[in-house]
Design a protein around this ligand. Sequence first.
Ligand code: KG4
Ligand code: ZN
Length: 339
Amino acid sequence: MNILAIESSCDETAAAVIQDGRVILSSVINSQVEEHKQYGGVVPEIASRRHAENICAVVQQALDDAGETFQSIDAVAVTYAPGLIGALLVGVNYAKGVALAAGKPLIPVHHIRGHIAANYLTHPDLKPPFLCLVASGGHSHIIKVNDYTKFEIIGRTRDDAAGEAFDKAARVLGFCYPGGIYIDKAAQQGERGHYKLPKPKVNGSEFDFSFSGLKTAIINIAHHAEQKGESLEINNLAADFQGTVADILTDHLMRAAEYTHSNKIVVAGGVSANSGLRSALETACREKGYELYLPKLSLCGDNAAMIGSQAYYEYLAGKRADLSLNGVASMPVDEAFCE
Ligand code: KG4
Ligand code: ZN
Protein backbone atom coordinates (compact mmCIF):
# COMPACT_ATOMS: atom_id res chain seq x y z
CA MET A 1 0.00 0.00 0.00
CA ASN A 2 1.51 3.36 -1.08
CA ILE A 3 0.57 6.37 1.04
CA LEU A 4 1.17 10.00 0.08
CA ALA A 5 1.99 11.80 3.35
CA ILE A 6 2.00 15.54 4.03
CA GLU A 7 3.59 17.39 6.97
CA SER A 8 3.29 21.13 7.67
CA SER A 9 3.04 21.43 11.46
CA CYS A 10 5.93 23.87 11.94
CA ASP A 11 8.53 25.29 9.54
CA GLU A 12 9.08 22.37 7.17
CA THR A 13 6.78 21.79 4.19
CA ALA A 14 7.23 18.08 3.51
CA ALA A 15 5.72 15.30 1.41
CA ALA A 16 6.64 11.64 0.98
CA VAL A 17 5.40 8.41 -0.55
CA ILE A 18 5.77 5.41 1.79
CA GLN A 19 5.19 1.75 0.98
CA ASP A 20 3.55 -0.46 3.62
CA GLY A 21 4.76 1.82 6.43
CA ARG A 22 8.39 0.73 6.04
CA VAL A 23 9.88 1.74 2.67
CA ILE A 24 10.58 5.33 1.60
CA LEU A 25 9.75 5.68 -2.10
CA SER A 26 10.31 9.45 -1.94
CA SER A 27 10.76 12.16 0.68
CA VAL A 28 10.90 15.89 -0.02
CA ILE A 29 11.50 18.54 2.66
CA ASN A 30 11.33 22.27 2.03
CA SER A 31 12.76 23.95 5.13
CA GLN A 32 11.99 27.58 5.97
CA VAL A 33 14.64 27.73 8.68
CA GLU A 34 16.84 30.32 6.93
CA GLU A 35 13.95 32.79 6.85
CA HIS A 36 12.89 32.24 10.48
CA LYS A 37 16.51 32.45 11.70
CA GLN A 38 16.57 36.24 11.35
CA TYR A 39 13.69 36.49 13.89
CA GLY A 40 15.28 34.09 16.40
CA GLY A 41 12.44 31.57 16.12
CA VAL A 42 9.54 30.42 13.97
CA VAL A 43 7.12 33.23 13.05
CA PRO A 44 3.75 31.40 12.71
CA GLU A 45 2.25 33.78 10.15
CA ILE A 46 5.28 33.50 7.87
CA ALA A 47 5.31 29.70 8.26
CA SER A 48 1.67 29.42 7.09
CA ARG A 49 2.28 31.66 4.08
CA ARG A 50 5.36 29.72 2.98
CA HIS A 51 3.51 26.38 3.35
CA ALA A 52 0.71 27.74 1.12
CA GLU A 53 3.24 28.85 -1.49
CA ASN A 54 5.31 25.65 -1.46
CA ILE A 55 2.96 22.76 -0.82
CA CYS A 56 1.88 22.08 -4.42
CA ALA A 57 5.46 21.86 -5.73
CA VAL A 58 6.67 19.79 -2.75
CA VAL A 59 3.86 17.22 -3.16
CA GLN A 60 4.35 17.05 -6.95
CA GLN A 61 8.07 16.43 -6.44
CA ALA A 62 7.35 13.62 -3.95
CA LEU A 63 4.92 11.99 -6.42
CA ASP A 64 7.36 12.36 -9.34
CA ASP A 65 10.32 10.96 -7.35
CA ALA A 66 8.23 7.91 -6.42
CA GLY A 67 6.85 7.48 -9.95
CA GLU A 68 3.32 7.95 -8.59
CA THR A 69 0.32 10.16 -9.37
CA PHE A 70 -2.69 11.30 -7.33
CA GLN A 71 -4.60 8.50 -9.06
CA SER A 72 -2.09 5.73 -8.39
CA ILE A 73 -1.52 6.27 -4.65
CA ASP A 74 -3.72 4.27 -2.26
CA ALA A 75 -4.35 6.90 0.42
CA VAL A 76 -3.38 10.38 1.57
CA ALA A 77 -2.15 11.06 5.10
CA VAL A 78 -1.63 14.36 6.88
CA THR A 79 -0.33 15.69 10.21
CA TYR A 80 -3.39 17.25 11.86
CA ALA A 81 -2.01 17.76 15.42
CA PRO A 82 -0.18 19.15 17.32
CA GLY A 83 1.58 22.19 15.89
CA LEU A 84 1.14 25.79 14.77
CA ILE A 85 -2.53 25.98 13.84
CA GLY A 86 -2.19 28.11 10.71
CA ALA A 87 0.64 25.88 9.48
CA LEU A 88 -1.29 22.65 10.16
CA LEU A 89 -4.35 23.97 8.33
CA VAL A 90 -2.41 24.37 5.07
CA GLY A 91 -1.48 20.67 5.03
CA VAL A 92 -4.88 19.52 6.30
CA ASN A 93 -6.83 21.46 3.67
CA TYR A 94 -4.47 20.44 0.89
CA ALA A 95 -4.80 16.75 1.89
CA LYS A 96 -8.60 17.08 2.01
CA GLY A 97 -8.53 18.50 -1.52
CA VAL A 98 -6.45 15.56 -2.78
CA ALA A 99 -8.64 13.00 -1.00
CA LEU A 100 -11.80 14.55 -2.45
CA ALA A 101 -10.51 15.06 -6.00
CA ALA A 102 -8.78 11.65 -6.31
CA GLY A 103 -11.34 9.72 -4.23
CA LYS A 104 -8.73 8.40 -1.76
CA PRO A 105 -9.03 7.61 1.95
CA LEU A 106 -7.76 10.39 4.25
CA ILE A 107 -5.65 9.31 7.25
CA PRO A 108 -5.06 11.76 10.13
CA VAL A 109 -1.66 11.43 11.86
CA HIS A 110 -0.45 12.82 15.20
CA HIS A 111 2.96 14.48 14.72
CA ILE A 112 4.61 12.84 17.76
CA ARG A 113 3.36 9.41 16.70
CA GLY A 114 5.10 10.20 13.40
CA HIS A 115 8.41 10.99 15.13
CA ILE A 116 8.23 7.59 16.85
CA ALA A 117 7.49 5.90 13.49
CA ALA A 118 10.74 7.33 12.03
CA ASN A 119 12.25 4.32 13.80
CA TYR A 120 10.13 1.85 11.77
CA LEU A 121 11.75 3.32 8.65
CA THR A 122 15.23 3.01 10.17
CA HIS A 123 14.84 -0.45 11.75
CA PRO A 124 12.79 -2.87 9.61
CA ASP A 125 12.59 -5.39 12.48
CA LEU A 126 11.34 -2.93 15.14
CA LYS A 127 7.84 -3.68 16.49
CA PRO A 128 5.98 -2.52 19.60
CA PRO A 129 5.89 -2.92 22.55
CA PHE A 130 8.82 -0.66 23.51
CA LEU A 131 9.63 2.34 25.67
CA CYS A 132 10.25 5.57 23.75
CA LEU A 133 11.90 8.87 24.64
CA VAL A 134 10.51 11.65 22.45
CA ALA A 135 12.65 14.80 22.64
CA SER A 136 11.78 17.51 20.15
CA GLY A 137 11.48 21.27 20.00
CA GLY A 138 7.96 21.23 21.41
CA HIS A 139 7.77 17.96 23.38
CA SER A 140 9.68 15.82 25.86
CA HIS A 141 7.94 12.62 26.77
CA ILE A 142 8.67 9.11 27.93
CA ILE A 143 6.02 6.98 26.24
CA LYS A 144 5.21 3.30 26.53
CA VAL A 145 4.27 2.24 22.99
CA ASN A 146 2.07 -0.79 23.64
CA ASP A 147 1.05 -1.17 20.01
CA TYR A 148 1.40 0.87 16.80
CA THR A 149 -1.59 3.02 17.80
CA LYS A 150 -1.69 2.47 21.59
CA PHE A 151 0.35 4.88 23.68
CA GLU A 152 0.76 5.43 27.43
CA ILE A 153 2.53 8.53 28.76
CA ILE A 154 4.96 7.62 31.57
CA GLY A 155 6.72 10.99 31.96
CA ARG A 156 6.63 14.47 30.46
CA THR A 157 8.26 17.86 30.80
CA ARG A 158 6.69 20.26 33.28
CA ASP A 159 8.07 23.34 31.50
CA ASP A 160 10.46 23.58 28.53
CA ALA A 161 10.91 20.74 26.05
CA ALA A 162 14.48 19.42 25.65
CA GLY A 163 14.89 21.03 22.21
CA GLU A 164 13.53 24.32 23.55
CA ALA A 165 16.13 24.16 26.35
CA PHE A 166 18.87 23.62 23.74
CA ASP A 167 17.58 26.53 21.66
CA LYS A 168 17.35 28.90 24.67
CA ALA A 169 20.82 27.95 25.92
CA ALA A 170 22.17 28.39 22.39
CA ARG A 171 20.81 31.90 22.24
CA VAL A 172 22.66 32.81 25.48
CA LEU A 173 25.86 31.37 24.00
CA GLY A 174 25.40 33.52 20.88
CA PHE A 175 24.24 30.85 18.40
CA CYS A 176 21.41 31.41 15.98
CA TYR A 177 18.06 29.56 15.86
CA PRO A 178 17.59 26.59 16.01
CA GLY A 179 20.63 26.27 18.23
CA GLY A 180 20.63 22.58 19.21
CA ILE A 181 22.97 21.60 16.41
CA TYR A 182 25.41 24.45 17.20
CA ILE A 183 25.57 23.42 20.87
CA ASP A 184 26.23 19.86 19.70
CA LYS A 185 29.13 21.01 17.47
CA ALA A 186 30.61 23.27 20.17
CA ALA A 187 30.27 20.54 22.82
CA GLN A 188 32.33 18.19 20.67
CA GLN A 189 35.19 20.73 20.85
CA GLY A 190 34.87 21.24 24.62
CA GLU A 191 35.09 19.17 27.79
CA ARG A 192 32.80 18.72 30.78
CA GLY A 193 33.48 19.74 34.37
CA HIS A 194 34.18 23.45 33.92
CA TYR A 195 30.71 24.77 34.79
CA LYS A 196 28.37 23.56 37.52
CA LEU A 197 24.80 23.09 36.32
CA PRO A 198 21.78 21.80 38.26
CA LYS A 199 19.86 18.61 37.49
CA PRO A 200 16.36 19.78 38.45
CA LYS A 201 13.98 17.21 39.97
CA VAL A 202 10.20 17.35 39.75
CA ASN A 203 8.16 16.88 42.91
CA GLY A 204 5.68 14.04 42.71
CA SER A 205 7.05 12.20 39.66
CA GLU A 206 10.39 10.52 39.17
CA PHE A 207 9.79 10.34 35.41
CA ASP A 208 8.79 13.97 34.66
CA PHE A 209 11.38 16.51 33.50
CA SER A 210 12.02 20.18 34.22
CA PHE A 211 14.49 22.11 32.09
CA SER A 212 13.71 25.75 32.93
CA GLY A 213 16.17 25.77 35.89
CA LEU A 214 18.98 24.78 33.54
CA LYS A 215 18.14 27.67 31.24
CA THR A 216 18.23 30.09 34.22
CA ALA A 217 21.58 28.65 35.33
CA ILE A 218 23.11 29.28 31.89
CA ILE A 219 21.75 32.85 31.85
CA ASN A 220 23.26 33.47 35.33
CA ILE A 221 26.64 32.06 34.30
CA ALA A 222 26.65 34.37 31.25
CA HIS A 223 25.65 37.44 33.37
CA HIS A 224 28.27 36.77 36.04
CA ALA A 225 30.98 36.38 33.40
CA GLU A 226 29.89 39.66 31.80
CA GLN A 227 29.86 41.52 35.14
CA LYS A 228 33.36 40.28 35.95
CA GLY A 229 34.57 41.13 32.45
CA GLU A 230 35.45 37.47 31.85
CA SER A 231 34.79 35.69 28.58
CA LEU A 232 32.74 32.50 28.51
CA GLU A 233 34.41 29.25 27.58
CA ILE A 234 31.72 28.56 24.98
CA ASN A 235 32.80 25.04 24.01
CA ASN A 236 33.18 23.90 27.63
CA LEU A 237 29.86 25.44 28.66
CA ALA A 238 28.17 23.76 25.68
CA ALA A 239 29.75 20.44 26.73
CA ASP A 240 28.51 20.84 30.31
CA PHE A 241 25.01 21.85 29.18
CA GLN A 242 24.68 19.05 26.62
CA GLY A 243 26.09 16.49 29.05
CA THR A 244 23.67 17.57 31.78
CA VAL A 245 20.63 17.36 29.48
CA ALA A 246 21.81 13.96 28.19
CA ASP A 247 22.29 12.72 31.78
CA ILE A 248 18.80 13.87 32.82
CA LEU A 249 17.08 12.29 29.81
CA THR A 250 19.08 9.06 30.13
CA ASP A 251 18.57 8.71 33.93
CA HIS A 252 14.81 9.23 33.64
CA LEU A 253 14.53 6.85 30.71
CA MET A 254 16.50 4.09 32.46
CA ARG A 255 14.33 4.42 35.58
CA ALA A 256 11.18 4.31 33.44
CA ALA A 257 12.50 1.21 31.65
CA GLU A 258 12.93 -0.55 34.98
CA TYR A 259 9.47 0.57 36.16
CA THR A 260 7.72 -0.58 32.96
CA HIS A 261 9.87 -3.76 32.59
CA SER A 262 10.96 -2.60 29.12
CA ASN A 263 14.19 -3.84 27.56
CA LYS A 264 13.59 -2.32 24.13
CA ILE A 265 14.42 1.42 24.10
CA VAL A 266 13.56 3.76 21.21
CA VAL A 267 14.41 7.45 20.81
CA ALA A 268 12.64 10.01 18.59
CA GLY A 269 12.39 13.73 17.78
CA GLY A 270 14.86 16.43 16.71
CA VAL A 271 17.03 16.10 19.84
CA SER A 272 17.61 12.40 19.08
CA ALA A 273 20.21 13.73 16.58
CA ASN A 274 22.31 14.98 19.51
CA SER A 275 25.68 13.22 19.68
CA GLY A 276 25.97 13.53 23.48
CA LEU A 277 22.51 12.04 24.04
CA ARG A 278 23.12 9.22 21.56
CA SER A 279 26.36 8.18 23.24
CA ALA A 280 24.95 8.51 26.80
CA LEU A 281 22.04 6.26 25.81
CA GLU A 282 24.33 3.79 24.06
CA THR A 283 26.47 3.46 27.21
CA ALA A 284 23.48 3.16 29.58
CA CYS A 285 21.66 0.60 27.41
CA ARG A 286 24.83 -1.47 26.97
CA GLU A 287 25.30 -1.57 30.77
CA LYS A 288 21.69 -2.63 31.35
CA GLY A 289 21.58 -5.08 28.43
CA TYR A 290 18.75 -3.18 26.71
CA GLU A 291 18.30 -3.02 22.92
CA LEU A 292 18.60 0.61 21.73
CA TYR A 293 16.96 1.92 18.54
CA LEU A 294 17.93 5.39 17.27
CA PRO A 295 16.45 7.01 14.14
CA LYS A 296 18.65 7.72 11.12
CA LEU A 297 19.98 11.31 11.41
CA SER A 298 18.03 12.30 8.29
CA LEU A 299 14.77 11.20 9.96
CA CYS A 300 15.28 12.88 13.39
CA GLY A 301 13.88 16.28 12.38
CA ASP A 302 10.49 17.01 10.86
CA ASN A 303 9.74 15.09 7.64
CA ALA A 304 6.74 13.51 5.92
CA ALA A 305 8.25 10.02 5.59
CA MET A 306 7.65 9.39 9.31
CA ILE A 307 4.02 10.56 8.89
CA GLY A 308 3.53 8.10 6.01
CA SER A 309 4.94 5.28 8.14
CA GLN A 310 2.63 5.93 11.09
CA ALA A 311 -0.29 6.49 8.67
CA TYR A 312 -0.02 2.89 7.48
CA TYR A 313 -0.57 1.59 11.01
CA GLU A 314 -3.37 4.11 11.68
CA TYR A 315 -4.99 2.86 8.45
CA LEU A 316 -4.69 -0.79 9.54
CA ALA A 317 -6.30 0.24 12.86
CA GLY A 318 -9.25 1.64 10.88
CA LYS A 319 -8.51 5.36 11.36
CA ARG A 320 -10.05 7.54 8.61
CA ALA A 321 -10.93 11.23 8.53
CA ASP A 322 -13.73 12.80 6.52
CA LEU A 323 -13.77 16.25 4.95
CA SER A 324 -14.60 17.86 8.30
CA LEU A 325 -11.01 17.14 9.49
CA ASN A 326 -9.57 20.16 11.31
CA GLY A 327 -6.09 21.03 12.56
CA VAL A 328 -5.59 20.83 16.34
CA ALA A 329 -2.83 22.91 17.95
CA SER A 330 -2.45 20.81 21.05
CA MET A 331 -3.33 17.14 21.56
CA PRO A 332 -1.83 14.42 23.78
CA VAL A 333 -0.18 11.53 21.93
CA ASP A 334 -2.40 8.96 23.68
CA GLU A 335 -5.65 10.61 22.53
CA ALA A 336 -7.12 8.49 19.76
CA PHE A 337 -8.71 10.13 16.71
CA CYS A 338 -12.50 9.70 16.41
CA GLU A 339 -12.78 7.58 19.57
O1 KG4 B 1 11.43 17.31 16.16
P1 KG4 B 1 11.84 18.63 15.66
O2 KG4 B 1 12.51 18.71 14.31
O3 KG4 B 1 10.66 19.64 15.64
C1 KG4 B 1 9.60 19.59 16.56
O4 KG4 B 1 8.65 18.79 16.34
O5 KG4 B 1 9.71 20.32 17.57
O6 KG4 B 1 12.85 19.21 16.77
C2 KG4 B 1 13.51 20.44 16.61
C3 KG4 B 1 14.41 20.62 17.82
C4 KG4 B 1 15.02 22.01 17.90
O7 KG4 B 1 14.84 22.49 19.20
C5 KG4 B 1 16.49 21.77 17.57
O8 KG4 B 1 17.38 22.69 18.18
C6 KG4 B 1 16.68 20.38 18.14
O9 KG4 B 1 15.52 19.69 17.78
N1 KG4 B 1 17.88 19.73 17.58
C7 KG4 B 1 18.94 19.38 18.31
C8 KG4 B 1 19.90 18.82 17.42
N2 KG4 B 1 19.35 18.84 16.17
C9 KG4 B 1 18.11 19.40 16.28
N3 KG4 B 1 19.18 19.50 19.63
C10 KG4 B 1 20.36 19.06 20.09
N4 KG4 B 1 21.33 18.52 19.30
C11 KG4 B 1 21.14 18.37 17.97
N5 KG4 B 1 22.10 17.83 17.20
ZN1 ZN C 1 8.63 17.47 15.07
